[in-house]
Design a protein around this ligand. Structure first.
Ligand code: BTN
Length: 261
């Protein structure tokens, strides 16, 4: 496992870094740059966001001076069908980077795009795909990590399900230190995914699965489905054991109902 240091060893991810004191959304900024022809690896980060985007049209709580908010531009030459597994790949890199910087923490990957510590969300990942003639044109990978957020700063409606490195570890962490660790980890994992697909990474991701064995409800395609989460499959889908048998779930939002039997 890589030790956490300030040293950025990644060569292509973060090859150009733009820092903004405040912006609406770094995903929006990278998308605009991509449309203007920016190259893979561009990273835009901000100290705060006024309209940070989450999944399912939610907003991402983005106060200043506390957390990491950044987006990366990727232009992977992969089949369209492979692209939906990218959030899990990014999640693996973030989870490993958190462990490298704060070894006492045990981050888990919650399919399809969250990192939890002690059952609460510490990181959200939003990948936005742009296609061109049925191929991947580019993907904006947005990552928000709650780093030095204090319990007092968390809005009441998020309190029950939100945490930070500071809250869990009892000490602050330099944001740039965690950023370097994420990029250093993500670059080789991303290269592996691009070259060989998702399958070689699935074992490491399953080792950190936050849902396995839990009774869950998945809201997908407008109809909720309940069952026991039974691991992530080679194509990035979540295997749900339902009363009618196993069902692979390719997209949606998972809610933990209870510990399975
Ligand atoms: C989610 O869990 O719903 C995904 C949250 C993603 C938040 C990050 S913060 C940096 C980047 N810019 C955004 O507007 N969103 C992502």
């Amino acid at each position: 496992m890589q030790r956490c240091s300030f040293e950025l060893t990644a060569k292509r991810l973060g090859c150009e870094v733009r820092f903004l004191q405040e912006t609406e959304s770094t995903n929006r900024d990278v998308d605009a740059a991509a449309q203007a022809g920016a190259t893979e690896g561009l990273l835009i980060m901000a100290d705060s966001q006024t309209a940070g985007r989450g999944r399912m049209t939610r907003t991402w709580f983005s106060p200043s001076g506390a957390n990491l908010y950044f987006s990366l531009l990727l232009r992977p030459d992969v089949e369209l069908a492979v692209a939906p597994s990218l959030p899990l790949v990014v999640g693996l890199a973030v989870a490993e980077a958190i462990v490298a910087c704060a070894p006492a923490l045990l981050p888990k990957i919650k399919w399809p795009n969250d990192i939890l510590v002690n059952g609460k969300k510490i990181c959200g990942i939003l990948c936005e795909l742009q296609t061109r003639q049925d191929n991947v044109d580019y993907i904006v990978v947005g990552i928000g990590v709650n780093v030095n957020l204090t319990a007092d700063q968390i809005p009441a409606e998020l309190k029950e399900r939100t945490t930070s490195v500071l809250i869990e570890n009892g000490e602050p962490l330099k944001r740039e230190q965690l950023l370097a660790a994420i990029l250093n980890r993500l670059e080789p994992i991303y290269d592996n995914w691009r070259a060989f697909g998702f399958k070689p990474l699935v074992q490491n991701i399953n080792a950190l699965d936050a849902l396995r064995g839990f009774s869950i409800r998945v809201d997908h395609a407008g109809s909720p489905l309940e069952g026991i989460a039974s691991g992530i499959q080679d194509d990035g889908s979540l295997l749900l054991q339902t009363a009618k048998g196993p069902v692979p779930i390719y997209s949606g939002e998972a809610h933990i109902l209870s510990r399975g039997t």
